[in-house]
Design a protein around this ligand. Structure first.
Ligand code: BMA
Length: 340
């Protein structure tokens, strides 16, 4: 196979460990996982499903923090190495576009995506039930909430890191307001971050891979590569003891990202370690962010583990793209009902 490259910026100081001898599969875990443990900050019991990004020569994070009254909120964190995080005790103070306080009732599963020098936070918010909330910041001091992009019920809003054909593009997973026993990934575009439309179906749950038989949801912001948009996502299966969340990988067309080019029919990471198998919710791997280096092709994936910890895993663009192509099964592509 010809060499695959990440299209984007260099990130020489990202965390990295080489693939250990005997590792199974295309993604391997950081040796000191979990990188965020229980009770990391006063008043916060657990941190998981969180997003990080490079910011200057440091790293910034938006963390899903389950406070000691059990309600989730978003807290900022900072790190010099993207491994040791200092997480703020105060939750993020959101304002509306007039500068007035505008706090979400609850907030969880954030993504943090830079588009044209603005950082966007996308999370699950309360809008008469589970829905997608968005905010923007340029300095991580002022956080301005924007119009909710979609009607309830919806989760797993994932913004692409650049405009495509001059439009913002966001993935989402329409759902119910509870634990959602169904779900496919859709895509919408917007010229202004207010009006979203041209909704497209991207991919369905199911197929040969039973690990994604109940529902799927977008993960970290897609990574631009010479083969297409590489996205990690979560896939869920049902057991007599509840749901199990694993990580999958898909490659979407660069110009028309509702088209799936390749999609691994196998999971690329599934709960196997104690911090993934056992916690507030057992057997959950929930990826929300990556750091990656266009020069070397290294990728670090940040994932929530068992709704309790933050885990870190690694792969390279060559290895994961080859794996996705070799094991590909495209299920429910955008050949869809309702497309004009
Ligand atoms: C989903 C979301 C995630 C969570 C997962 C497993 O519905 O609420 O935040 O990690 O369930 O509990």
């Amino acid at each position: 196979m010809k060499e695959v490259r990440i299209i984007g910026e260099k990130l020489a100081n990202m965390p990295w460990e080489d693939k250990p001898e005997g590792a199974v599969g295309p993604v391997w875990r950081h040796s000191e996982n979990p990188i965020v443990k229980r009770n990391p900050t006063k008043g916060i019991a657990r941190i998981f499903n969180s997003a990080v990004a490079a910011y200057g020569d440091r790293f910034v994070g938006v963390f899903r923090a389950e406070t000691i009254n059990g309600r989730p909120h978003l807290h900022m964190g900072w790190s010099d190495d993207a491994l040791n995080w200092s997480i703020e005790e105060q939750r993020i103070d959101f304002v509306d576009e007039d500068g007035q306080p505008f706090q979400p009732n609850y907030a969880y599963d954030p993504r943090l995506v830079k588009v044209e020098n603005t950082y966007y936070i996308i999370w699950c918010t309360d809008f008469y039930g589970a829905a997608i909330g968005v905010a923007k910041t340029d300095d991580f001091k002022t956080f301005i909430r924007l119009e909710n992009p979609f009607l309830p019920f919806n989760r797993n809003g994932v913004l692409f890191p650049r405009k495509i054909n001059n439009k913002f593009v966001m993935l989402s997973r329409p759902s119910d307001s509870g634990h959602t026993p169904f779900g496919d990934v859709f895509l919408s575009e917007s010229p202004d971050f207010v009006y979203w439309g041209k909704h497209r179906h991207v991919m369905s749950k199911g197929g040969q891979g039973w690990w994604q038989s109940v529902k799927i949801g977008g993960g970290p912001a897609p990574i631009e590569t010479t083969e297409g948009w590489l996205m990690f996502y979560h896939g869920v299966t049902g057991t007599c003891n509840g749901l199990v969340y694993s990580m999958g990988a898909v490659i979407l067309d660069l110009d028309e990202p509702s088209k799936v080019k390749y999609r691994s029919s196998n999971y690329v990471l599934t709960p196997e370690e104690w911090y993934e198998e056992r916690g507030f919710v057992n057997n959950v791997i929930f990826p929300c962010a990556t750091l990656h280096d266009a020069e070397t092709g290294k990728i670090a994936i940040y994932y929530g583990a068992a709704d309790t910890y933050v885990g870190l895993a690694y792969t390279t663009v060559d290895e994961i793209v080859k794996y996705v192509k070799d094991t590909s099964e495209v299920i429910g592509d955008d050949e869809e009902i309702g497309k004009i």
